[in-house]
Design a protein around this ligand. Sequence first.
Ligand code: UD1
Length: 361
Amino acid sequence: MKKILLVVGARPNFMKVAPVYKEFKKHPDKAEVRLCHTGQHYDVKMSDVFFQQLGIPEPDFYLGVGSASHAVQTANIMTEFEKVCLEMQPDVVLVAGDVNSTIACGLVAVKLHIKLGHIEAGLRSFDRTMPEEINRLLTDAISDYLFVTEKSGLENLKNEGVPDEKIIFTGNCMIDTLVNFLPKVEESDTSDRLGVKPGEYILLTFHRPANVDTAEFFVNLRDFVAKYGRNHKILFPIHPRTRANMKNFGAEIDDENLIMTEPLSYLDFLHVMRYAKVVVTDSGGVQEETTYLGVPCITVRDNTERPITVEVGTNILAGTDFRNVFAALDDLLAGNVKKGAIPDLWDGQAASRVVDGLLNR
Ligand code: UD1
């Protein structure tokens, strides 16, 4: 019997860990699984609502660390997580993605000589100014089991000298959740509720510090709304960081065609992604979800750690210069829509391969 401790911390972790948790529960003879939530994200709309919708129970351990600078947040998670590890004595700690909770808990585990597994290993943007890139590099360097979502991850880990026997190509656990919830999403009345018509609106999401911590970004956003709001509704569920910065820069936009909402629940957000004409984003996960859904996506970043979404999927990497974003969007709205395909092993079965890799190796 293996004692497994699964860690979640921030919004994008929940959809990746939920299917793995459920899969472990199918093997009570082989695994005892517990869930720890660091509390990096804590608002009802950033956290609780995901637990309710994804059907995962209240966490066994809640660390309640909240927001702070990188150093303070990481240190607080480590201090609290060490107590959990000492109490539970897990055989394996499993972390996901690239948020501060990922590296903080990973570091605690290896220092206590607990085996570490990383869900979504090997992704690289090659941009070390991104906090997530540092989290990815360091977590992979100390992990014993590296579960990889796409082939670039296999190449990156090989180039970094990670031994083959640690690497397991599982596919994408976040897509397991999407596949599972798609029928419900198609039935939901979200677009009616939010006042948009399926296939006719542009969906925006922005939260990355490199964009939303600059005044220039909000000038570009205003131009975007002025240009595209003439012919489209623009739906913008707004991350707390983005909302705070918009206020601080005095850059609020009042336009009847711009619909700004609080962060949406998982089901509502999947629905508005599924039925968007195009999604314009700086998120990592949204690039993957739109690729699976076959919905056009324009990514407002200079790089992506998920190149399969560009090579195989519907993603267009436009960069952060909005002239290029406008050019890409104009082209798309003129009918030049990129046809995508679904990457290998994004088939709804990734979590079973993670669990198999952990229990049967
Ligand atoms: C974090 C992740 C990022 C991920 C994003 C998804 C790191 C380094 N970054 O960024 O990779 O893409 O989550 O959302 O781990 N806040 C709230 N309520 C909350 C959480 C945050 O109001 O529940 C506000 C706080 O003012 C906080 C700010 O949002 O200071 C940023 O939160 P934080 O967790 O530091 O980073 P994110 O930008 O969310």
